[in-house]
Structures are given as C-alpha cells and as structure tokens.
Design a binder for this molecule. Structure first.
Ligand code: DTR
Length: 311
C-alpha cells in the first residue's frame, strides 16, 4: 500500500513537471523581469518618460518583459546611477550627465551655450552626437536612449533684471549650466535636483538655473516668484542598461528596445517642451510669477560674456 502511494506521488510529480515545462500559459508567466532606477520623484519628467518606455516595451514585447520602476532614488541615487548600473544593482538607470563633471565630456558638449532652441531638438542632437562618436564614457553599458531638458532660465526669490542683480547671487546649477552662471558672475552652487527644494527652503540658495517645468513639478513657483528668461544651457540625460543584462536578452526584445531609442528621445523632448508651457501658465496663474525679458542691450552683454565658453 505504502509502495503504491509512493508510486502515485512520483507520477503526480512527473506530471506536474511536464505541465510546467510545456504549458504556454505558464511559460508566458516566466517573463523577463528588469529593474529600472531613477533619481527624482515620480511626477517629474525623467520618471514620466521612464513610465512611458516601460509601457511601450511591455506592450511591444507582448508581455514577455516586465519592468519594475524605482523613482525617487529608492534603488539608486543621482550620483551613483552610472556605476550602480555597471555593477548590476539595477538593470536600467536614468542619469543626468551634469552631476558627474568630467565624466561625460563629449555628450556634455550639448550643454554649452549653442543656441539649441528646445528639448526636442536638444534630444535629437544629443542622440546623433552619441551615435556619431560612441564615447568611451558609455562603453561599459548599453545606451537605450538619451534626451535633454528644455533651455535653462533663472528662477529666483528676488528679481534679476541685469548683471548687477545677478552678481554674487547663490543659484543652484550643475554641469554646463554651472559654467554659464559663473561667467555671468553669479555664485553657482552645485547639487542634484532632488536636494534643491530643501536648499531653497533653508536659504542655502536664492534660486536655481534649469528648465522651467520644475516651477510646477517641484512647486518652486511658490518660493521663486521671478523668472529671468535666458534660454541657454540644456541638461543632457542618458538611460543605460547593464551590459550582462543586455547580452542576456533575446534578439526580438533587443530589437524592440533598439527601435525605441530615437522615438523615446523625441517623445521625451516633445513632452518636456509642452510641459514647460503648462508650467509657465500654471506659475503665472497660481503664484503670479513675473517673467522678466532682458532688454536688447542687456541681452547682448550677457551673450558676449558667454563667448569664451565656446572655445
Ligand atoms: N539635471 C537636471 C535637469 C533637470 C531639469 N528638470 C529636472 C527634473 C528632475 C530631475 C532633474 C531635472 C538639473 O539638475 O537641473
């Protein structure tokens, strides 16, 4: 009797193994799971583009790939993103190149004052630059896409109408944007975006220099009631994947991701450009923020001071 029930048990076990291996439903359930780390809070544009990419990849691979997203630095912080992905702490990571000066020199050239008009153009130029030079800085990862912010403007607690107003003013900026602020005589303070709300509140800085969607997304309009339009530096971003993870993916999944690269760059640029418009309208309406246009004469002075940065 005991012998018989053991035989039945073995039979059931073998049958279960067989069903697990061959049932399409169960095979489908064995999807490829990828982690995607991001440093700023969920409602900000780097995370909005992350969710869009996740949705598209999951849809286009027919559910074969499942992506778990980690916004707000919950998996990797702003400055550890690149190395964290190289080491495999996350499969995918979104990084702002400005936070590690000297590391991404070729692609950071896009943050020079070149007159890039908006985020869509910036993102496509950045992607072309990357494809043309495939910089060494990215040789240890697979680059999935790149994009940029819209041009930077000054958001401040006090009005900045001329270079005298700007002199010695503590403003937060990183990378190429930092060089621009220094050239204008401001006191540039470097820190990643997620640290900025506290620095503004505590009075460590009197404003910041970046794209204007943050007025709404970080509610900076509440504290910075003045914006001086300069339309200069854009900030470049990259989305990178761990190389072993990339090499382990089936070809059809790799193709879906490759096909998305430029599309995602352009999508993000368009999203950013539209969102900046919304943020300006929202800031004016909600906090009566004043948007200051420099006079022709003043603007010429500011532009001339940026000349040496192009060299
Ligand atoms: N590198 C960024 C650029 C930036 C602009 N908007 C956001 C929103 C969330 C994170 C970063 C950014 C900067 O630090 O200004």
């Amino acid at each position: 009797m005991k012998y018989k029930s053991t035989l039945i048990l073995i039979g059931v076990f073998i049958a279960a193994m067989f069903v697990t291996a061959w049932s399409p439903a169960l095979t489908d359930a064995k999807s490829i799971k990828l982690s995607y780390a991001n440093f700023p809070p969920a409602p900000t544009f780097p995370c909005v583009q992350m969710e869009r990419w996740k949705e598209e990849v999951e849809k286009r691979t027919g559910g074969k790939v499942e992506i778990n997203t980690y916004p707000g630095g919950t998996l990797l912080g702003a400055k550890e993103m690149m190395d964290g992905v190289i080491e495999g702490q996350a499969d995918i990571g979104c990084l702002s190149m400005a936070y590690q000066p000297g590391r991404f020199t070729i692609t950071n050239a896009t943050s020079l004052p070149l007159g890039i008009p908006d985020a869509r153009v910036g993102s496509l130029v950045l992607w072309d630059l990357y494809k043309k030079y495939t910089p060494k800085a990215f040789e240890k990862v697979k680059v999935l896409t790149m994009f940029t912010t819209a041009p930077s403007n000054i958001m401040s607690k006090k009005a900045v109408r001329n270079l005298d107003d700007l002199k010695g003013l503590d403003l937060r900026a990183s990378g190429g944007a930092a060089q621009i602020l220094k050239a204008w005589g401001a006191n540039q303070v470097g820190m990643p975006m997620p640290e900025t709300p506290e620095a503004l509140q505590k009075g460590v800085v009197q404003g910041l220099f970046t794209s204007l969607e943050v007025m709404q997304d970080f509610k900076f309009a509440e504290i910075c009631r003045y914006v001086t339009i300069t339309d200069t530096a854009i900030y470049p971003f990259a989305v990178v994947m761990n190389l072993d993870t990339w090499n382990s993916l089936p070809e059809d999944v790799q193709k879906v991701m490759e096909d998305l690269s430029v599309e995602q760059a352009e999508w993000t640029g368009n999203y950013m450009d539209n969102h900046v418009k919304d943020s300006i309208a929202w800031s004016k309406e909600t906090y009566q923020v004043e948007f200051i246009q420099l006079s022709e004469e003043e603007k010429t002075k500011w532009d001339e001071m940026l000349g040496p940065i192009h060299l």
